[in-house]
Design a protein around this ligand. Structure first.
Ligand code: DX5
Ligand code: ZN
Length: 228
């Protein structure tokens, strides 16, 4: 697969729809990613879980590499792992275009973000619903994307947590006040209805697993989220 290089995330005001592979049929990942591309997906969201930071185990760098080699789409890798610093190089080598790490994980956040950017990847910082925006404020100038989890991480198919909306608005206000340009991504329970609320609150990157891969018409689902 000849790569034309990562599609650099668009302006933070542009809408991005990123289906989550976690909701796909793992028995045919190549075809599922291809299906998402044909349905209009902008990015592919890859949920890496270690069974320690979250109560689930999903997949590792080998799957990221397989997707990288079998389809040409921007790979948005979400590391829900306790030691992202320990495994970072493997995800970079596997072909990630953007790597998000959790502020709650056991690592030197600034150092990890610096390594992601030094490798030529986009750097994302994720925070759980219960984590206040103050926890990520020191790092906002070092990131390309802020991932505001709208469910407790670990599983797809959970209900959207509306209490996160005010955090999204706070993140957008901080971006404005500091003259920064990071994307604001939401992840968990996103469909057209919840996406509309998140756009209004200030988010522009919508991660959606169940509502896209498990929709009867994936193109209609992706389009409805983009146009919500
Ligand atoms: C949860 C993951 C999400 C999840 C989204 O820990 O980070 O990306 O797969 O799945 P849905 O859209 O089904 O809530
Ligand atoms: Zn995710």
């Amino acid at each position: 697969m000849v790569r034309i290089g990562p599609v650099i995330p668009k302006n933070f005001r542009d809408r991005v729809v990123a289906p989550s592979l976690l909701a796909a049929d793992f028995s045919c990942i190549r075809d599922e990613v291809s299906r998402a591309i044909h349905a209009g997906a902008d990015w592919m969201h890859l949920d890496v879980m270690d069974g320690h930071f979250v109560e689930n185990i999903s997949f590792g760098p080998a799957i990221v590499q397989a997707v990288h080699e079998s389809n040409d789409i921007f790979l948005d890798v979400h590391l829900m792992i306790s030691r992202p610093d320990r495994y970072l190089q493997q995800f970079i080598t596997a072909g990630s275009d953007l790597i998000s790490v959790h502020v709650e994980a056991e690592h030197d956040v600034a150092e990890t973000l610096g390594r992601i950017r030094a490798a030529g990847c986009q750097a994302g910082l994720a925070l759980n619903p219960a984590t206040p925006i103050s926890a990520v404020e020191p790092f906002l100038a070092e990131i390309d994307l802020l991932l505001c989890m709208t469910v407790v991480p670990g599983f797809g198919g959970q209900a959207f947590m509306p209490e996160v909306l005010e955090k999204i608005t706070a993140a957008a206000r901080l971006r404005e006040a500091k003259g920064l340009s990071y994307h604001i991504q939401v992840d968990g329970g996103i469909d057209a209805a919840t996406a509309a609320r998140c756009y209004t609150a200030g988010a522009n990157v919508m991660v959606a697993g169940s509502s896209t891969f498990r929709a009867p018409d994936m193109t209609a689902a992706v389009t409805s989220i983009r146009n919500a």
